[in-house]
Design a protein around this ligand. Structure first.
Ligand code: ADP
Length: 301
């Protein structure tokens, strides 16, 4: 059974704007799934419909086997949503933010307390349980949002930009936590602007653009369809002329930086040998953009 199945989903807003133009999507049970798209592509509309915040115009949404129209309560129970903006009561304690949420799902008190502790521990916030949530750091507030969304043990967790604006160190810690939640059996749908995040966490991916899914596949398959990788090379000395090496497209970015397009499977050995033969010494090399980012730009440009 799929955690999520969407058939021919359409949404036309009151002003006549068609935000979704017939979306089909399948997310397998246990998956860690990336939903990517440029601004205005329709991601929030899609997530809004799945989580019953936006009414669809037509189409069918099934969540963990429950038809969202026919078995709305069961379908909603299967979902935990972590929205983009911090929207808990910031004057509550950390513990109560999570505990009160359990009340919305009718979870008995004793069990709600257990679930609250479990979720706060999982998000490494148990030590902070008695703090007023307003005082938490940005990263902790994000984790509290995840803990709250998990209190009713949803089978499908939707994370909408969960790490937006959080610095890289904290983002990495959050990745580990999200991976652990997924390992324990929760299906995760992630939207993110950090394509490195999607690439390292997600097994499957759908790219949405202009209200349509333009690509849906396994992450590996998508990445292996990339034909060229782009690198930036820092040079030990300023260039006098742009070097030429057979099989590589080389452009000068500045006097000590080169941009090199490397065809798939070509490797870098010949490049370094060719540069060295022309007296060019490379002091460091980095990927110009991450692989998924390049592909994403190519697809939605
Ligand atoms: P994303 O989350 O991918 O940035 P959205 O789902 O928010 O995209 O929006 C998709 C399109 O629908 C955008 O062009 C947006 O302007 C439009 N849109 C979103 N909400 C409304 C609304 N309530 N009324 C009219 N148009 C809307």
């Amino acid at each position: 059974m799929n955690a999520l199945s969407i058939k021919q989903l359409k949404k036309t807003y009151n002003n006549g704007f068609e935000a979704l133009k017939g979306v089909d999507l399948e997310v397998k049970n246990g998956d860690f799934f990336a939903l990517l798209g440029p601004n205005g592509a329709g991601k929030s509309t899609l997530i809004g419909i799945i989580s019953s915040l936006v009414t669809k115009s037509s189409g069918k949404v099934t969540i963990c086997g429950h038809d969202l129209d026919k078995n709305t309560a069961q379908a909603k129970n299967c979902i935990g949503l972590v929205p983009q903006e911090v929207n808990f009561n910031q004057f509550e304690t950390v513990k109560n933010v999570v505990f009160y949420q359990a009340g919305f799902y009718g979870i008995p008190k004793q069990q709600a307390l257990q679930r609250t502790e479990h979720c706060l521990r999982q998000m490494d916030l148990w030590e902070k349980r008695n703090s007023i949530s307003r005082r938490l750091s940005g990263g902790m507030k994000r984790r509290l949002m995840i803990a709250r969304a998990m209190v009713h043990a949803p089978r499908l967790l939707i994370l909408d930009e969960p790490t937006a604006g959080v610095d890289i160190e904290i983002r990495r810690t959050m990745w580990q936590m999200m991976q652990e939640v997924n390992r324990q059996g929760t299906t995760i749908i992630l939207t993110t602007h950090y394509l490195e995040e999607a690439e390292s966490l997600c097994r499957n991916i759908a790219i949405i653009d202009d209200g349509r899914i333009i690509r849906a596949s396994a992450m590996d398959t998508l990445l292996s369809s990339i034909h060229t990788e782009h690198f930036l090379l820092d040079l030990a000395r300023p260039l006098t002329s742009v070097p030429l090496v057979d099989g590589y497209q080389i452009e000068q970015v500045s006097s000590r930086t080169l941009h090199v397009a490397v065809p798939k499977n070509q490797g870098l050995n010949q490049l370094f040998a060719g540069l060295s033969a022309q007296g060019v010494t490379v002091s460091s090399l980095k990927n110009k953009s991450n692989r998924l980012e390049q592909l994403f730009i190519d697809l939605v440009q």
